[in-house]
Write a protein that binds this ligand. Structure first.
Ligand SMILES: Nc1ncnc2c1ncn2[C@@H]1O[C@H](COP(=O)(O)OP(=O)(O)OP(=O)(O)O)[C@@H](O)[C@H]1O
Ligand SMILES: [Mg+2]
Length: 498
């Protein structure tokens, strides 16, 4: 670790009703990866937005390369050598990858944009970073993970001295995370100061040199990563230790009726002849590597993507599901992994988002029953411990993890009997994660049936009563929780891979 390149001192920032940063301290050294951790809503993104000129601070000072600075927008921060990769994707879907990378600084040929040159330059950049993406692809045709890799490449393409990654891994596959770590180590080697925000404890241990913890907008402390344990960090974050223990026995009675039967579902390459059953009160885990076809199976089942063939039975009767509306009518709710694209209207309030899947239930005599809407919303804010100053707050103003909780509230309010949770705790802090686990268990105990897609082995082993394993679009195994082990699951998850 080199000398300190950046110091933030006594930073204070308030939004209406929220004291987001309360005299926070943070510094970054050259050649270090510095983790910024804390529960959802602790103020991590806000602190980095203050640094990069997206928000103006109310108080405090920022010293960068020995001088006090104040940036008024990201452009100014960039020009000074500080770039940020945001938690939310900011790419323009209709433009190509290359156009996105060079947006605002396009190469010109006379009066026209030089698309060929931008594609060439992007190729060079991707080659350097070992990223395998064709720069002429339309952005919206890429997976969320690939879009995130483009954002990262774009940030690195600026000459910079400090780079901030705000939860980059939440959208990435295991393989992409490995690639990112190679890139980060290389940047560290080049003496950049790197800020790394993530909720994944294992990553923190692997990639970072120091950890700063925030809680409720305040600075808690800074530790040297190699000198502290996972438990130390969690303790600083939430003020208590949380243990994650695997489930040893199914909570679902063996004679529980089958509520959902999927037979020979086919939908493109990613869903080939998938069959399974889901019982009342059961949590059925879907495990597999990224790209195994789990989300695609869920989307085909939910009617979000067309299917070629396959039969779906609910409580023994065959149903036709050709659209999400059909699925919702059949009592299926889907909490998607990409909350922005499928789950939320971020420019609307927490109330509107929580109740939009079941608005008809609040309408009587042509009027919306505002009180009922509010009561339901407040109930879920309390139950999920969603951090928001009020039910009226626009979802766009909530922290990433709290947005996820609003998606969950939306489907809970709908009272669906079958819930599909797709990566339910991605981007969610350890404390809230526990709340969501408790909630899933209690939903199952109340007789709801849950399909839980998860890439986290600990989550699969902790929550599932039974586990379906997929690999490259096919179901490659099924295990009861009593017999499941990490090794058995991995073996089946890689079955088709040579
Ligand atoms: N533009 C805004 N308007 C109003 N409140 C805001 C705004 N941006 C952030 N907040 C609030 O400030 C607090 C801190 O949010 P922030 O996004 O910094 O959290 P975070 O630590 O990044 O959490 P996460 O891990 O969930 O991403 C939250 O209570 C959030 O709702
Ligand atoms: Mg954040």
């Amino acid at each position: 670790m080199g000398e300190v390149i950046l110091t933030m001192q006594d930073i204070d920032k308030s939004f209406p009703g929220v004291h987001a940063l309360d005299h926070v301290h943070f510094d970054v050294r050259r050649g270090e990866v510095h983790a910024l951790m804390g529960e959802n809503g602790a103020g991590k993104s806000t602190l980095m937005k203050v640094l990069t000129g997206i928000y103006t601070k109310d108080l405090g000072s920022i010293i960068y390369e020995g001088k006090e600075v104040e940036f008024h927008n990201t452009r100014e921060a960039q020009d000074a050598g500080i770039v940020i990769v945001h938690q939310e994707l900011n790419m323009v879907g209709d433009l190509t990858v290359a156009q996105n990378i060079f947006i605002g600084r396009e190469f010109m040929k006379g009066f026209r944009i030089d698309d060929r040159r931008m594609i060439e330059e992007s190729k060079k950049l991707f080659d350097e970073l070992h990223i395998d993406i064709d720069p002429s692809t339309k952005m919206s045709d890429l997976t969320v993970g690939k879009q995130q890799m483009c954002e990262i490449a774009k940030a690195i393409s600026h000459e910079c001295k400090v780079i901030i990654f705000d939860e980059p891994s939440a959208a990435l596959t295991e393989k992409e995370i490995e690639d990112l770590f190679v890139i980060i180590r290389d940047l560290r080697e080049k003496q950049l100061g790197i800020v790394y925000i993530s909720h994944r404890m294992d990553e923190i241990k692997v990639i970072t040199d120091r950890v700063t913890v925030m809680r409720d907008g305040t600075y808690v402390g800074t530790l040297i990563t190699k000198d502290c344990s996972k438990e130390d960090i969690i303790n600083m974050m939430v003020g208590r230790v949380i243990y994650e223990e695997p489930k040893t026995k199914s909570m679902c009675p063996p004679d529980a009726p089958v509520v959902l039967r999927v037979e020979h579902l086919n939908a493109g390459k990613m869903v080939q002849d998938v069959s399974f059953e889901l019982r009342r009160g059961e949590i059925l885990g879907f495990s597999g590597l990224m790209g195994a076809g789990r989300t695609e199976t869920a989307r085909a089942l939910f009617g979000a993507d067309p299917k070629q063939s396959g039969d779906i039975y609910i409580n023994g009767s065959k149903v036709e599901i050709n659209s999400p509306q059909d699925a919702v009518n059949a009592g299926i709710g889907y909490l998607s992994e990409d909350r922005k694209r499928y789950g939320l209207v971020v420019q609307k309030s927490v109330i509107q988002n929580s109740t939009m899947a079941c608005l008809e239930e609040y309408i009587s005599g042509g009027f919306i029953n505002k009180k009922k809407e509010r009561d339901v919303t407040e109930k879920y804010i309390a139950e999920l411990a969603t951090k928001t100053p009020s039910a009226e707050q626009l979802v766009v103003n909530l922290s990433g993890g709290n947005q996820q909780k609003v998606v969950i509230a939306k489907w809970l309010a709908k009272n669906c009997d079958i819930l599909i949770f797709d990566e339910p705790t991605r981007g969610i802090d350890v404390g809230a994660k526990n709340e969501i686990y408790k909630l899933m268990s209690s939903l199952a105990a109340q007789g709801k049936s849950i399909i839980m897609i998860s890439s986290e082995m600990t989550e699969i082993l902790r929550m599932s009563d039974r586990i379906v394993i997929m690999c490259e679009g096919k179901k490659t195994g099924e295990l009861g929780i009593e017999e499941a082990t990490q090794e058995l699951i991995m073996d089946k998850a890689t079955r088709n891979i040579a």
